[in-house]
Design a protein around this ligand. Structure first.
Ligand SMILES: [Cu+2]
Length: 142
């Protein structure tokens, strides 16, 4: 009996945390260099894209790892309409999307109906990335 009450309390705390996390503003992340010359970022998908804003450098091959942690049909595709990219994301799998961001600017990526929204911010190659890093609000995913 006591054990089941503990389980209920733990469950409520976890559920509360999940609800609270969905009200937080979009998190930011910088793509990080990989050993094979790419810049990489991982985006979790569960009710939304996390982080919701990815900063990358112009001209460096980019590898985005989409980790779809749900089977909501909503998130079955990810579409970068400004870049002509449209990829299917199998549920509970990681799908890698690779391309070179050749033009600086902010590109929206969305699910099929535009309910999940993220931003890919491509910073010009000739601008120092240092100040961007200092202003970065969140360094880790999740
Ligand atoms: Cu959707």
């Amino acid at each position: 009996m006591l054990i089941s009450i503990v389980f209920v309390v733990v469950g409520l705390v976890i559920a509360g945390g999940v609800l609270a996390s969905h009200r937080l503003p979009a998190k930011h992340a910088d793509a990080a260099p990989s050993a094979d010359g790419f810049q990489e970022a991982t985006i979790s998908i569960n009710g939304r894209y996390r982080p919701g804003v990815i900063k990358v450098r112009q001209g460096v091959p980019l590898r985005l790892r989409f980790l779809r942690e749900e089977d909501n049909p909503c998130s079955e595709r990810v579409i970068f309409s400004g870049l002509g990219i449209d990829r299917r994301l199998p549920a509970f799998h990681e799908t890698t999307v690779e391309f070179v961001p050749t033009t600086a600017g902010t590109y929206l990526f969305t699910c099929q109906l535009g309910m999940y929204r993220g931003e890919l911010v491509v910073t010009p190659a000739n601008r120092s990335h240092g100040k961007e890093r200092e202003r970065k609000e969140v360094t880790s995913l999740g």
